[in-house]
Write a protein that binds this ligand. Structure first.
Ligand SMILES: *[C@@H]1O[C@H](CO)[C@@H](O)[C@H](O)[C@H]1NC(C)=O
Ligand SMILES: *[C@@H]1O[C@H](CO)[C@@H](O)[C@H](O)[C@H]1NC(C)=O
Length: 373
């Protein structure tokens, strides 16, 4: 489907170039940009699900309405998503293509690859209603397959080098609540676990996934938490209490995110270096959920594209309500941030204080790495 071609990407880069002139923003570009790998769910899927038999997809309008090509690519955004904006910030020539894209071959493999798949979670039983999606264990298998292909292209030594210098992003966990534990009343997992025990279980399974990534060669792994899940337009519409956020899902986020950072801290201590970098996306989101106008949004409660209360019910389709100006909405659809919100998040990831980033922001990490390589 409509993945950005090199010709499109020229305009894509120019557009970003103009928009990236943000005061105080540090952008470090190394001569040869490092490879970038992406794992996780719809917040970072750039189109893998286009190639799968699943209902979790974003390959038809109005998705992509503000993308450089103005076409739906499979990104769950009106325009760019978080991986696109990180790619740009680290000086990559283009964002990594979805692993399932037939265009991902030859030298383009050296840019990296995006293995993410909308609907997946930490657990295999998350998102079962979406049928054929790429679960985490499978994303890791694809990563191994990718490495074999790169080895065949540039040899073992250069491949090790490419992996050693690469940046990896993983965003997963939200669906383990929304599309598993809280999917239906009395779900299997909610009967098995009280919420605090479920969170502990998720964190221990997530830790295994992160260690697998490390063993597969990932040296710098940016790990994002979940957003304030109870405050997304979908939850406001479905279980909001008196027009407020869903208390249960807010509780889930407030248990999960601190334990995630604690786990990253523990892993880094064990490994003796900062392999894992935590982004407090809950806090970043909460900033503009609690004070939207300070960030140029008219609302964070109503999705730009959707229907029903808060435009929070069902899917974003051509038949949905669509806001005329996507830049003034924090949420593009009932679950996913707008490009504008993604931009604010990536700005914090790159240059935020330690209130937002553990143990430090990405531009500092990148600067440290370019001094040692
Ligand atoms: C998920 O499923 C795969 C394939 O069946 C299996 O190898 C893996 O161990 C499962 N992961 C968990 C956490 O159960
Ligand atoms: C990014 O991190 C570095 C190191 O912690 C810090 O000195 C710098 O102030 C941070 N940037 C911002 C905007 O806080």
């Amino acid at each position: 489907m409509a993945v950005p071609r090199p010709s499109n990407f020229i305009s894509f880069r120019m557009i970003i170039g103009l928009l990236m002139v943000v005061p105080g923003m540090v952008i470090h570009q190394t001569e040869a940009a490092r490879a970038f790998f992406v794992f996780g769910d719809s917040l970072v899927d750039s189109g893998n699900n286009n190639y799968l038999a699943t209902t979790a997809r974003a390959d038809s309008p109005p998705y992509g309405i503000d993308f450089p090509t103005h076409r739906a690519t499979g990104r769950f955004s009106n325009g760019l998503n978080i991986p696109d904006l990180i790619s740009e910030s680290i000086g990559a020539s283009e964002p990594p293509l979805p692993y399932l894209s037939p265009d991902l071959r030859g030298r383009r493999l050296l840019v990296g690859a995006n293995f993410a798949s909308a609907g997946i979670g930490i657990l295999n039983d998350t998102g079962i209603q979406f049928l054929n999606i790429i679960r985490m264990y499978r994303q890791l298998e694809y990563f191994q397959e990718y490495q074999q292909r790169v080895r065949a292209l540039i040899g073992a030594q250069q491949t090790t080098r490419l992996l050693g210098q690469a940046l990896t992003l993983i965003t997963v966990g939200g669906n383990d609540f929304v599309n598993n534990y809280y999917l239906v009343p009395y779900s299997a997992r909610s009967r098995q676990f009280a919420l605090p025990d479920y969170v502990k279980f998720l964190i221990s399974e997530y830790q295994k996934l992160l260690m697998s990534l490390y063993k597969l060669g990932a040296q710098r792994v940016l790990v994002t938490g979940t957003g304030p899940m109870g405050c997304v337009p979908a939850e406001l519409a479905m279980r909001g209490t008196n027009g407020g956020c869903s208390a249960e899902l807010q509780r889930a986020a407030s248990l999960f995110n601190p334990q995630l950072v604690q786990m990253l801290r523990k892993l880094n201590r064990k490994l003796g270096r900062n392999v894992f970098i935590g982004a407090n996306t809950e806090r970043m989101h909460t900033d503009f959920v609690s004070n939207p106008t300070a960030f140029g949004f008219v609302t964070s409660k109503i999705a730009c594209c959707g229907q029903g209360p808060n435009n929070g019910l069902g899917l974003c389709t051509v038949a949905s309500n669509l806001c005329p100006n996507r830049n003034i909405y924090a949420f593009w659809d009932p679950f996913h941030p707008s490009e504008k919100a993604n931009r604010l998040i990536v700005q914090q990831i790159m240059s935020g204080s330690t209130k937002y980033m553990y143990p430090m922001n990405l531009s500092t990490i990148m600067a440290l790495d370019s001094m040692t390589t």
